[in-house]
Ligand binder design. Structure first.
Ligand SMILES: [Zn+2]
Length: 320
């Protein structure tokens, strides 16, 4: 099977735990991806909410330097994609096509920051994490304002430089600002609020997950603008204990498909960024999910779109 995964935190995990990208004890590594026929992977460098300004920029570049070194060591198995030709080359040669992302825009929030992101090879920026940063307010910040002026300026430059805007983690007002700006937009690792509302028992965890999830209007707008939604495998964002694996993934997917999202539905595993149930807690287990969904009646053409083609179409534009 082919996999195009829109989000993992493996690059940071390799740096912080000093683990090899080839076969480190991570949910995602090169070895575990060997069974995939084609594989494109967005590697996000996550910026913790405690790091701001120069400190965030320094941290990003340190993690990136380590990641680039790992890619060098594994040359022949993985390549960092700068353009469409790299993506095509990886598909033809069986290498993992790595795409660089920044989760939390702090490193690039200052004026002209997007140009530095472009220089470093960043193809998408998740504007905030859960809290507030220089550009806006995350979904758990408690603030309902839209993007800050620095965020609007960053978006303009990102649009000019063809860097996609990722709205996962962003609060709803910020989301609408991003959508109305007309930039290429995706929710790299987000699930459906209405599914959580229907299937989860009332709890603080449920309320937390619902704030982080997309409501139906957001899903509709992402469909309308030709974005992407990557389904997140984090157990708390899928369902309640005991119902937080394959079946729950299917439920979130079915909801987006029911809304007409066949061409924007994708995978955003969040490997190495969260707790995942054992049946799904590694990139080597994604083929089992594929088989489960096929048994549920999702046909091959649809599965090909969800697991690969939709994301590939999106990134062929971003990597131009
Ligand atoms: Zn995240």
């Amino acid at each position: 099977m082919k996999l195009f995964d829109l989000h993992c935190d493996t690059a940071g995990e390799c740096f912080n735990q000093k683990l090899p990208l080839y076969n480190g004890n991570t949910q995602l590594n090169i070895c575990k991806g060997k069974s995939l026929d084609k594989w494109a992977q967005v590697f996000a460098i996550w910026i913790p909410d405690e790091l701001r300004g120069e400190k965030a920029a320094e941290y990003f570049e340190k993690v990136l330097a380590n990641f680039e070194n790992e890619i060098l060591i594994n040359n022949g198995k993985i390549k960092l994609c700068q353009g469409v030709s790299d993506l095509n080359d990886c598909e033809a040669s069986g290498r993992c096509a790595a795409i660089l992302a920044c989760e939390g825009a702090s490193p690039f929030a200052k004026s002209e920051g997007a140009y530095r992101a472009k220089e470093l090879g960043v193809k998408l920026i998740t504007l905030t994490w859960d809290g507030e940063n220089e550009v806006g307010y995350g979904c758990q910040s408690g603030n309902t304002s839209g993007l800050k002026e620095a965020g609007k300026a960053l978006l303009k430059d990102m649009d000019k430089l063809n860097i996609a805007a990722d709205v996962s983690h962003l609060n709803r007002a910020g989301f609408y600002d991003v959508i109305s700006s007309g930039i290429r937009v995706l929710a790299s690792h987000s699930n459906c609020k209405s599914v959580l509302e229907r299937y989860r028992k009332d709890s603080e965890e449920k309320a937390f997950a619902c704030r982080r999830a997309l409501n139906d209007e957001q899903i509709r707008l992402l469909i309308e603008c030709g974005g992407l939604i990557g389904i997140n495998f984090y157990k708390n964002y899928l369902g309640d204990s005991g119902d937080d694996g394959f079946e729950a993934v299917y439920r979130h997917m079915a909801h987006i498909l029911d809304m007409g999202g066949e061409n924007i539905l994708a995978i955003g595993s969040d490997f190495d960024g969260c707790e995942i149930v054992p049946e799904l807690d590694g990139v080597d287990k994604v083929p089992d999910l594929y088989c489960f969904l096929a048994d549920k009646g999702m046909n091959e053409a649809l599965l090909e779109k969800v697991f690969f083609r939709n994301a590939e179409n999106f990134f062929k534009i971003i990597l131009q």
